[in-house]
Write a protein that binds this ligand. Structure first.
Ligand code: PGA
Length: 250
């Protein structure tokens, strides 16, 4: 059985003092019925991984370079994240695509590097408001999936997050019908490319303004296998009820 995944993306938030939130989260879910992943800023990955050592909390990076090493000032390789104790890395988050001009090809190369280093790549896709209003949502998601996902993936090497850009950090959430439509479409596209069994094993997360108040409703949508949570993952108080809602849906 595929384990559902509650993933938190701290983005550029958090210093050492915030690691206490992870300890609180772990003690609130000592034996979780789903996987729990926190992606803190790179500066905290090593300490966070140490804190969760042998435990149920997984730690991930928020981005990695496509190369293993080299002259890339300020960048971090997948091997380095792995060495620091990460098990996952987010690739292709819309903030990376927007702020750093990351193309689908770049996201694919990063995801390949992540998988080669033994990390699970959490690959993000999502349409802008303009694209949704122009009726292009499924076409955009289809082409992002096509361009960003490496060949030869499995349910163990890749997680895919659907994150409509207009829902990130805005408090606006798509309707359950809209989420279900995109997730069903993604599952079908994956099945066409990788076969039904691989497609069925890949966790599809929804992300964008997930919070305690809307989590249960979102997790009841078909083909939603968890969430990628930004703002509401920063404290155990906010994230724990989301984890509990996912556990209850598992
Ligand atoms: P949000 O961010 O939960 O703060 O909307 C989601 C994300 O960007 O992963």
């Amino acid at each position: 059985m595929k384990r559902k995944l509650a993933a938190g993306n701290w983005k550029m938030n958090g210093t050492g003092a915030d690691l206490a939130e992870l300890a609180r989260l772990v003690s609130a879910h000592p034996d979780p019925a789903c996987e729990i992943l926190i992606c803190p800023p790179a500066t905290l990955v090593h300490r966070a991984a140490g804190l969760s050592q042998g435990g149920t909390l997984k730690i991930g990076g928020q981005d990695c370079h496509a190369a293993q090493s080299g002259a890339h000032t300020g960048d971090i390789s997948a091997d380095m994240l792995r060495d620091a104790g990460a098990s996952h890395v987010i690739t292709g988050h819309s903030e990376r695509r927007q702020d750093h001009g990351e193309s689908d090809a770049a996201v694919r190369a990063k995801s390949e590097a992540a998988i080669a280093a033994g990390l699970v790549a959490v690959i993000c896709v999502g349409e802008s408001l303009e694209q949704r209003e122009a009726g292009q949502t499924l076409a955009v998601i289809g082409s992002q999936l096509e361009g960003s996902i490496p060949d030869g993936i499995t349910g163990d090497s890749v997680v895919i997050a659907y994150e409509p850009i207009w829902a990130i950090g805005t408090g606006k959430v798509p309707t359950v019908e809209q989420i279900g439509e995109v997730h069903g479409f993604m599952r079908d596209r994956l099945a066409e490319r990788f076969g039904r069994s691989v497609a069925g094993a890949i966790r599809l997360l929804y992300g964008g303004s997930v919070k305690a108040a809307n989590a249960a409703e979102i997790f009841a949508v078909g083909d939603v296998d968890g969430a990628l949570v930004g703002g509401a993952s920063l404290t155990a108080e906010d994230f724990s009820p989301i984890v509990a809602a996912l556990e209850a849906s598992s």
